[in-house]
Ligand binder design. Structure first.
Ligand SMILES: [Zn+2]
Length: 145
């Protein structure tokens, strides 16, 4: 397929709209890959190297990656809106006791959820030993009052 025939075709979300520059080849080696102009499904225009498109390394302007990150972050459904009680507890814990929270819990809400289980009604997060930090061994849901 000639480069010019790529115009109008799709690489993932990117539709090729023009050839910006062709390949520069010297002694059978690519000195410069062709550069193509493309418009993403989301409307963003950009310029992309032909080889990274062909390898499948570039399939959107970057919006696809952003959506994946968001999806991974929110797929547990606890972040809301509105956030669930355990999610609010996690946020509060980080906000007020960030330094004392174990790295594993800081890293991901899901780690916290898996370790401690969903929050029963009328409970609060309690540190068993107040001198120790927030981690799996030292925390429990305790009945209010
Ligand atoms: Zn896009």
């Amino acid at each position: 397929m000639r480069l010019i025939d790529r115009i109008g075709t799709f690489f993932g979300r990117l539709k090729i709209t023009a050839i910006i520059s062709g390949a520069v080849v010297k002694n059978g080696r690519f000195l410069q890959q062709p550069i193509l102009a493309a418009t993403c499904e989301c409307g963003t225009e950009g310029e992309y190297r032909y080889d990274s498109l062909m390898r499948g390394g570039t399939t959107s302007c970057g919006c696809y990656n952003m959506e994946c990150i968001k999806e991974r972050f929110y797929k547990h459904g606890h972040a809301g809106p509105p956030p669930t009680p355990i999610y609010k507890t996690w946020k509060n814990m980080l906000q007020h006791h960030g330094d004392n929270v174990c790295a594993y819990w800081k890293k991901d809400f899901v780690n916290f959820l898996n370790d401690i289980g969903d929050k029963p009604e009328n409970t609060h997060l309690n540190r068993i030993n107040r001198k120790l930090g927030y981690n799996k061994l030292n925390c429990e849901w305790r009945q209010n009052g």
